[in-house]
Design a protein around this ligand. Sequence first.
Ligand code: HEC
Length: 146
Amino acid sequence: MAVFNSIISRRVARISAVVLGIVFAGSIAAQSRDEQIAERLRPIGEVCVAGDPCAGGAAPAQTADASAEFSAEGTYNTNCAVCHNSGMAGAPKPDDEAAWATRLEKGMDAVVANAINGINAMPAKGMCMTCTDEQLAEVVAFMVGQ
Ligand code: HEC
């Protein structure tokens, strides 16, 4: 009985080795077939967009970088436009002269102070945490002048 058992188990081992071999060979064949298809489907000229590593050029400079040259308009577009272009939650739009005239009645300094400290739904510094007070004053002047 023990002899018979060991013959059986040796046979099972051999069969499973063969099965494993077939599965393994099959997966290699499938992989190389996929590669061949991918190779055939590859476009003749691949598109390289400026800034991609394949284009070889340097990536375009980030305009919102605080360490880069400050621009009131750029800062407005990056930090303030999301609320002020739409007038969200009563944010005065840059081109709304009447709204700014009313707000400026308390004086430009007070308006700038509100931009720095925040007022109601207006977050402190308009969420431009890297902006200095002077830069925020420039951005407010840009908004009022629009
Ligand atoms: C999350 C939305 C939001 C963002 C972002 C935002 N604002 Fe405002 N802002 C408001 C709202 C709302 C008000 C109106 C607040 C009120 O008077 O009740 C307002 C009001 C103002 C006012 C008028 C203050 C006054 O005294 O009347 C100024 C100036 C201003 N924002 C500047 C800025 C600047 C500059 C930025 C970007 C650096 C900015 N805001 C970003 C929502 C926003």
